[in-house]
Design a protein around this ligand. Structure first.
Ligand SMILES: Cc1ncc(COP(=O)(O)O)c(C=O)c1O
Length: 374
């Protein structure tokens, strides 16, 4: 018997109508960003998130860039966001010429500590960028109250939250503008892809323009503004339509995965597991994260190396924005400390969590984690 096969950290499920719809694109010749699946995907996605408009783009990172610009945020403005997130969030703010202002995360939910947002508001603050982390959303109730009280916009990064709700409302329905990613580790994938969602007609129009190089309908090659080519192809949207048909099933698969991992790992000394539920949501386990206790004599890097030797794929947690060399070089976040994010960045990692993960792979992964801590 050979050694058991390596369990990848993610594998998507593409066994619905994906192939059929892709063949349709090829047979009809609609492979560019003009094609019927784009409109279908946008309409169905908007309905699913409860928004008036959805604008399909090339990825979730560029969706954030477009969101910041579409809200008119630029030089002289500040945007508050969690330090524990992906670089795309702060990068979008910096690229717009604005200043990212970060807040530490909650040590248990790993989301932005909503109690600490208000103290970072200044006369220059324009928006709060909320990022829902790893499957358990940020409680939007205090953020909505604060934004309304202080006249701030909300950018909601729901990249990891397809099918999730907060207090019964879909994630992605709270922001003045919200963004999603369809990278293959997401609950809905298009290979690469992203979406902007909003109820605001003008913001949606601006997003469509930014997506398409700010071409003007009346004088195509004369530009008043700079945009990007952020167009999604009909091929990607075909995948998206097929994936969206199964969203409820996918959320069920993820919840079952999370519950099984917790059942197997519960009581293991030395680790913190994801919260199953809060007052505002039930976890959908975009990924199943683990944080090593302080008394475990090794860190996440060592744990991940040992798990790789046992044939288990892992990924580290995000590295905090205030500790990013690229921002430090730019003089951003100088001297800032955010201990909760610093700690989970060093002690946190996630284990195989993909949609195609089988029960026997969950059991092997959990057993390897337990072995690590014996
Ligand atoms: C919270 C969050 N925002 C944005 C992104 C960026 O999305 P993309 O990989 O599609 O650019 C990701 C990707 O994983 C993410 O997790």
């Amino acid at each position: 018997m050979g050694s058991p096969k390596f369990i990848p950290v993610n594998e998507p499920l593409l066994n619905g109508n994906e192939e059929k719809y892709l063949i349709e694109c090829i047979r009809t010749g609609w492979i560019s960003s003009e094609g019927p699946f784009i409109k279908k995907f946008e309409e169905q996605f908007a309905r699913c998130v409860g928004r008036k408009h959805a604008v399909a783009v090339s990825n979730g990172s560029m969706a954030l860039d477009a969101a910041v610009v579409a809200l008119g945020i630029g030089p002289g403005d500040e945007v508050i966001l969690p330090t524990f997130t992906i670089i795309s969030c702060a990068a979008a703010v910096v690229r717009a010429g604005a200043v990212p202002v970060v807040v530490d995360c909650d040590p248990v939910t790993w989301n932005i500590d909503t109690d600490r947002i208000e103290q970072r508001i200044t006369p220059r603050t324009k928006a709060i960028m909320v990022v829902h982390i790893f499957g358990l959303p940020t409680d939007m109730a205090p953020v909505l109250d604060l934004a309304q009280k202080r006249g701030l916009a909300i950018i909601e990064d729901a990249a990891e939250m397809h099918g999730q709700t907060c207090r019964g409302r879909p994630c992605g329905s709270f922001g003045n503008i919200s963004t999603f990613s369809f990278y293959p580790n997401k609950l809905v994938t298009t290979g690469e892809g992203g979406m902007l969602a909003t109820d605001d007609d003008a913001v949606a129009e601006k997003c469509r323009s930014l997506r398409n190089l700010c071409f003007k309908p009346e004088k195509r090659f004369v530009h008043d503004e700079l945009g990007w080519n952020l167009r999604m192809t009909n091929l990607q949207a075909a995948l998206g339509v097929a994936q969206l048909e199964r969203l409820d099933e996918f959320v069920g698969i993820k919840r079952a995965m999370g519950a099984r991992y917790t059942e197997l790992l519960h009581g293991t000394k030395g680790i913190q597991l994801p919260m199953a539920r809060t007052d505002w949501a039930e976890n959908i386990y975009w990924v199943y994260g683990i944080v090593l206790d302080d008394d475990v004599p090794f860190d996440a890097v060592e744990a991940m190396a040992r798990l790789a030797n046992a044939g288990i794929g892992t990924r580290p947690f995000f590295w905090p924005m205030h500790e990013q060399p690229v921002f430090r070089k730019m003089g951003i976040f100088a001297g800032e400390r955010h201990p909760n994010a610093e700690r989970i960045a060093r002690r946190g990692f996630y284990i195989p969590s993909g949609m195609a993960l089988r029960d026997d792979q969950i059991e092997r992964s959990a057993a390897a984690v337990k072995e690590l801590l014996r």
